[in-house]
Design a protein around this ligand. Structure first.
Ligand code: HEC
Length: 240
C-alpha cells in the first residue's frame, strides 16, 4: 500500500503537468534588460489589471530601478491614491471579488514564477467569445477562467474554430480574429509582451543583477585559476 502511495505521489506532478500541457504555448521572447518594455508593461498593469489584481509584494518606488523618476511614478502609475513607498494594493475587498467573479482575483506579484512567461503570453492573447459561459469569454490556456477579457476592445473578438478530427483522429482548433479591435495584431502582441515582461520583472526584480553578478564571479574564478596555475609553475620550476 505504501509503495502504491509513493509511486502515486511521484507520478502526480507528471500527470498534472501532462493535463496542463494540452495547449501549445507561444514563446513570449521577453527581455528583462529592456527597461522601457518594463515601464510600458507597468503602465498597462495599473490601467487594466490593478482594478482587480493587487501586486502586494511590489512597491511603486522600486520602479526607479528601471529608470522612472518619483514624479513620473506618482503622476502616471499611482491611480489608487497610494504613496510612492507603498505596495501596489487595490481598493477592492476580497469578499467583493469573490461575490462578483466567484473567485477572488489572485495577487499577481509572483504569478510569473508559478505560470511562466510563455503561459502568461498565451493566456493574455488567448481569450475567445463563448456565449455558453457566464462571463461570455473563454480561454485556450485556462478553460472556463472566471476572468473576463478586459482587453477585448484593444484585441478585438476572437472565436475558436474547431475542425473535425483528421485521419489521425486529432481534432484541430485555432483562434480566428472575427472582429478586429483598436490595435493591430502585432501591436497587441507587443503590448502583451511588455505586460509579461513587467510581470516577470515583478516576480524577481533582481534577476538581471543576479545574472550579471554570476558572470563576474565566473570571470573572477577563471582569472584566479590562471593565476594559480602560473604560480604553481613558478614554484615547481626548480624542483627537478
Ligand atoms: C474584472 C476583474 C479582472 C481584471 C480587470 C483582470 N483580471 Fe485577471 N483574473 C480575474 C479573476 C476573477 C481571475 C480568477 C480566474 C479563475 O481562477 O477562474 C483572474 C485570473 C488571472 C490570472 C490567472 C491566475 C492563475 O490562477 O494562475 C492571470 C495571470 C491574470 N488574471 C492576469 C491579469 C492581467 C495581466 C490583467 C490585466 C490585463 C488582469 N488579469 C485583469 C479578474 C480580473
Amino acid at each position: 500500500m505504501r509503495t502504491v502511495l509513493l509511486v502515486a505521489c511521484l507520478l502526480f506532478p507528471l500527470i498534472a503537468s501532462a493535463a496542463g500541457g494540452e495547449v501549445k504555448l507561444d514563446r513570449a521572447k521577453i527581455d528583462l534588460r529592456d527597461a522601457v518594455s518594463i515601464q510600458r508593461g507597468a503602465q498597462v498593469f495599473v490601467n487594466y489589471c490593478q482594478g482587480c489584481h493587487a501586486a502586494s509584494y511590489m512597491r511603486y518606488n522600486k520602479l526607479q530601478d528601471v529608470g522612472l523618476s518619483e514624479d513620473q511614478i506618482s503622476d502616471n502609475l499611482i491611480l489608487t491614491g497610494a504613496k510612492i513607498g507603498e505596495t501596489m494594493t487595490i481598493a477592492m475587498r476580497e469578499e467583493d471579488g469573490k461575490t462578483w467573479f466567484g473567485v477572488t482575483p489572485p495577487d499577481l506579484s509572483v504569478i510569473a514564477r508559478s505560470r511562466g512567461a510563455d503561459w502568461l503570453y498565451t493566456y493574455l492573447r488567448g481569450f475567445y467569445r463563448d456565449e455558453s459561459v457566464v462571463t461570455g469569454w473563454n480561454n485556450v490556456a485556462f478553460p472556463n477562467a472566471a476572468m473576463p477579457h478586459v482587453l477585448w476592445k484593444l484585441q478585438g473578438i476572437q472565436r475558436l474554430h474547431t475542425q473535425a478530427a483528421d485521419s489521425h483522429g486529432k481534432a484541430h482548433s485555432e483562434l480566428v480574429l472575427e472582429t478586429p479591435g483598436t490595435m493591430s495584431v502585432p501591436a497587441y502582441n507587443n503590448m502583451i509582451r511588455d505586460l509579461v515582461t513587467y510581470l516577470e520583472y515583478m516576480a524577481e526584480p533582481e534577476s538581471v543583477k543576479r545574472e550579471q553578478i554570476g558572470i563576474i564571479v565566473l570571470m573572477f574564478l577563471g582569472l584566479m585559476a590562471v593565476l594559480t596555475w602560473l604560480l604553481k609553475r613558478e614554484f615547481w620550476k626548480d624542483v627537478h
